[in-house]
Every structure is written in structure tokens, then in C-alpha cells.
Design a binder for this molecule. Sequence first.
Ligand code: PEP
Length: 248
Amino acid sequence: MRRPLVAGNWKMHGSCTSVERLLGDLIAGVAEQQVDVAVFPTYVHIAQAIGLCTGASIAVGAQDCSCKASGAFTGEVAAQMLCDLGCQWVILGHSERRQYHSESDELIASKLAAVVEQGLRPIVCVGETLEQRESGQAEAVVASQIDGALREQADLSGLVIAYEPVWAIGTGLTASPEQAQDMHASIRGCLETADGVESNATRILYGGSVKGSNAADLFEQPDIDGALVGGAALDAGAFLEIINAAAQ
Ligand code: PEP
């Protein structure tokens, strides 16, 4: 039985005031223990978020990290620094990183190695564009992203995959539960052949315009183990609705 995980990617949003308000509302509303909950503020709000979440059942993670341990890499943040702050999770390979920062599978693999070495828990994002889906390449694209990121990793026992079709992120379009389930089953198949991964124990999240109104139908699918949420994670009520749907 895989424990659901609901993760909120706050992207480049927030201020010290809004972080305090949002986390205050979430902490007051997250009573359930059947679901893992994690939030991913910007780097500058991570320490504040960790302080606010002390004693609450909400973990804090980063939206990215460097593949390097330290050195002259202006603007970068190392996995060890995140660990030092008390971060537990790191999102890697988000489609916005792939699109706007030209992140390759090779770079994502090296970031994954850095994260795993520090004992942080990675959420590796994969997903196809609309053009790739319409030309029938969706499963092949996602399989190759998984293969590229997971190849030659030391220990992937805590790995989480997030399937996020690019065409569904921030667009209001959601994959149907059936489309998402088909891809999640295909991803689980890929994980079976990956070294160091226990396919059946690995959580696969769905991401792409998840909200309270569509979450329950997605979570009913056998291979959907939670959600990576963008827009709706910035609203405590909307995010709590998704967490409650995962707890059912
Ligand atoms: C995301 O950014 O990972 C995401 C899924 O965004 P949204 O929920 O807004 O589509």
C-alpha cells in the first residue's frame, strides 16, 4: 500500500507575509495523518517555512538544486545546503526548468545523484508536450525521460515520480483520469526495469491543473498516488480539499 503524497509547488510566488498566512491556514487544516503533505516555497522562504512547520505534519522542500557540491557557481544552491536547513524534499526536472533553463535528462540525473547523496527525497518530474501527445509519442518521451534521469543512480529507494503533461500545467486542462492512469501504469512498467527501484513501492504523482473538483477522480486510479499541485497550492482551502480527497 503506497501512502498518498500531496505536494504543493509554490513556484516564484510569495512574500514573508503570505507564507506565514498560507502555512498558518494549512497547519490549522491538516489534521489527517493518512497523507504525506509537502510544500515547496522559493529558496528564500524555505527557512521561514521550516520554522513555521516545526511540529506540524507538513514537510518542506526545494523546487530545484544544483548538481554541484560547492564552488564558484553564482546563484546556485547545493543539496547539502538544503539538507543543512532541514529540507526534506527536492523537485527535479520540472517542465519549467526543462523549458526555461534548458535542463537535459543528463543534468537532471546529476542533480538526482546530488540529492540522493544528501539523503533528500527527490520528486522527478516527467511529461510530454501537446505536440508529442498528438503525434503518439507520449509514452516513449516519458520513458526516455525516466531512463535518462534514473540511469546509474546509487539508491532510489525514496524516489517519487511526478507525471506532469506539459499541456496540463497551469492551463486548466487536466489529463482525464484514464489518460493519467494509462501513463502512470506505463511509468510503473519503466520503473520495473530501473536499477535500485522498487516499482510497486514507488509513488507516482499526477500534476497538471489538479484542484478539489478533479482530485478525487484522479486519486481513484490504481497507479495515481497523489498530486504535485501548482496554482491550487497557493490557496489553503483549495490545497486542503486536494489533501482531503487523497485521504479518502
Ligand atoms: C506544477 O507546476 O507542477 C503544476 C502542476 O501546476 P498547476 O497545478 O498550476 O497546473
